[in-house]
Design a protein around this ligand. Sequence first.
Ligand code: NAD
Length: 477
Amino acid sequence: MKVAGEPSFRDSVDLMFNRAVRLMDLSPGLEEKIRVCNSTYTVRFGVRLRGKIETFTGYRSVHSEHMEPVKGGIRYAMAVNQDEVEALAALMTYKCALVEAPFGGSKGGLCIDPRQWDDHELEQITRRFAYELIKRDLIHPAQNVPAPDMGTGEREMAWIADQYARMNTTDINAKACVTGKPPHAGGIQGRVEATGRGVQYALREFFRHREDVAMARLSGGLEGKRVIVQGLGNVGYHAAKFLSEEDGCKIVAVIERDGAILNDKGLDIEDLRQWMVGHQGLVAGYPGGTHVEGGAAVLEEPCDILIPAALEGVIHKENAPRIKAPLIIEAANGPITFGADEILRQKGVVIIPDMYANAGGVTVSYFEWVKNLSHIRFGRMQRRAEEARSRLLVEELERLSSDKGLGWSLADDFKERFLQGSDELALVRSGLDDTMRTAYQAMREVWHGRNDVEDLRVAAYLVSIGRVAAAYRSKGL
Ligand code: NAD
């Protein structure tokens, strides 16, 4: 989305990159090599639908191949264009480097309004798009591995995986050609929730550092914090659900396409989502809150944490001065333009940047890819062994207690939890939590450790550009 009077999304990402890279001492030319997008493939293909041939335009952009495969989602939206796909591919490069997922950056998109087509038609379109990309190795387990993004989900990823398998019948690693598949089709537990879960873990980590919380002019923990979420899709829904159900946050407003729903006491996110499912994705008429039209204005309402989780460019030069949230976590990619970023920083708003905040998706995608290549579910070998070892300890404690007449007894719920070996979901969540904490600490070290770094975004860029540069250097560049 191009915001009037502001740089395009792609230019915005590059300007943010430039702001960081000028603080680095890279060898001549390396800066340019990292910044540029290596290639963008545009495809126009036809599908016979409803008695006529419909022509669709799609893109797959590869920003950086310092590591392969390259990785990045496929977006279905009418506004998809080359500039947007290249911006998103660049963000993928930096994101993967920041969370140490061993991938280069890529992104794809198809100009389509998925709501205009039924399931069978969407399958035909997706398979045809996938065919075009597969035959050019732009979908490939070792070279380019897509994932879901706006407008796509498990279903589309399963179609893509199947299309690849049909075209590569002897490739034993075929399932690793795409991530975000449903668990029955080679996916991994916890992938659907991963990006929203990552937003929750990112906020938990932020609130563990009192000094950082104070910089956002906040205090205490997540409990009771008033939150506004834009976009109750995959990312926004999971983030809002987990923050409200598990951390005691109050979601006081949800902004959607058809306006916003407000409730000062906190919305029941699961209930609202169920309402949307039954009402063509609309929030108007939801009985658990007040509906207002013109949702964008609700971004400017007072709250503690603002979570834009819909699309890019929603906070721009024009509305940035009116934003009241002291803390913004960019669950969407690029929701704050370069110009708005400047205004918000001057106002003292703390921004947890997209390349970190929404990295939960690619992190769990990485786990799924590893699972597909290893052909075994995480936890399958060790879960019962873990349980047996814990049981040994519990039995020994109980024996000691009874032999020595100590009268100790372990609480039943403790025993149950302690005896449980880790299944795939528990391992995925643990790996995701560890990743989000480690990446935050890497950013934070730069943020607080250098006088010339004033915000988390520049800190994030410095960490990731440093890692990408190191990868290029070891390739002899
Ligand atoms: P989605 O399609 O599941 O959800 C997007 C939601 O935003 C929908 O509910 C839609 O109705 C709403 N929306 C669209 N336009 C809006 C507007 N103008 N105002 C308010 N709401 C609007 O998409 P998603 O997968 O949740 O992705 C959302 C953002 O998160 C995107 O920027 C995407 O690139 C980013 N992201 C997604 C993932 C992932 O795993 N899905 C990973 C990383 C980043």
